[in-house]
Design a protein around this ligand. Structure first.
Ligand SMILES: NC(=O)c1ccc[n+]([C@@H]2O[C@H](COP(=O)([O-])OP(=O)(O)OC[C@H]3O[C@@H](n4cnc5c(N)ncnc54)[C@H](OP(=O)(O)O)[C@@H]3O)[C@@H](O)[C@H]2O)c1
Length: 242
């Protein structure tokens, strides 16, 4: 495992269920993290307080990732507060559950902007510095929906499947420079804003929901491993493949 102590991370969606669990793992590993959030400042500020209490510098930044200026602004604010980003974790996600007949253009565009364009813009701007410094980790938060279609809707499934193409394209271009690019694809993680009320653990072979900490543990393993790249890994209780 690569020691991540003292590295700088930008974690989007830090105010959400998976983001908070991963934020706590990053703090425990001594990673100086910028906790980015959309609207819930309290959750991100709590992580900053926990981090500082543990003697690890941290910051929290708001921003609507549907705005194409925000990725660059977040990277700039992080660099100013903590230093250039070594670990980019594009975890924020937008999910409005709709059948394919009901998805309008605005919903399609916002979903693509938050779930696919923002992770691309973040990676596009963060990767050159990682390549120059000879170390970097990019981790996207996909979904089992990127493989199976899932239950949220076609807009969401397409946005997450798009991340898989990004992983493979980008990973190949930076692999020789100490930089890895991967994605996790969770399913039905409880204690999050995403878990649809209609879902049931019966849908999953393991017969229970996943925990945010289980996603966070795999994320830390991937961030600490320099030989794993161009992978999209399920954290899905056996949902895919069946
Ligand atoms: N939970 C699951 O079962 C599951 C399954 C598959 C994939 N995922 C993926 O896991 C990731 C984390 O989701 P979660 O489960 O932790 O859900 P969550 O608790 O709802 O968290 C979502 C996070 O994304 C942020 N966000 C949403 N829209 C944003 C925007 N326009 N600009 C900036 N930030 C925005 C939210 O910020 P604010 O709340 O501060 O606005 C929040 O921090 C997402 O990418 C999701 O698609 C989750």
């Amino acid at each position: 495992m690569t020691d991540l102590d003292g590295r700088v991370a930008l974690l989007t969606g830090a105010s959400g269920g998976i983001g908070r669990a991963l934020g706590r793992r990053l703090i425990a590993a001594g990673v100086r993290t910028a906790f980015a959030y959309g609207s819930r400042a309290r959750q991100a500020d709590e992580l900053v307080a926990e981090s500082r209490a543990a003697g690890v510098d941290a910051a929290a930044f708001p921003g609507d990732l549907a705005d194409p200026q925000v990725p660059m602004a977040l990277l700039g604010a992080t660099a100013e507060a903590l230093g250039p980003v070594d670990l980019l974790i594009a975890n924020a996600g937008h999910a409005v559950q709709l059948d394919y007949t009901d998805v309008d253009a605005a919903t399609w565009e916002r979903t693509m902007a938050v779930n696919l364009r923002a992770p691309f813009l973040l990676a596009q701007r963060a990767l050159p510095g990682m390549v120059e410094r000879g170390f970097g980790r990019v981790l996207f938060m996909s979904s089992v929906a990127g493989f199976t279609g899932g239950i949220v809707g076609p807009h969401y499934a397409a946005s997450k499947a798009g991340l898989h193409g990004l992983v493979h394209y980008l990973a190949a271009r930076v692999a020789r420079r100490g930089v890895t690019v991967n994605a996790l694809a969770p399913a039905l993680i409880e204690d999050t804003g995403m878990l649809p009320a209609t879902a049931s653990p019966d849908n999953l072979p393991v017969g229970r929901y996943g925990r945010p900490e289980e996603v966070a543990d795999l994320a830390m393993a991937v961030l600490g491993n320099g030989f794993v790249t161009s992978q999209v890994m399920g954290v899905d209780g056996g949902a895919h493949p069946r």
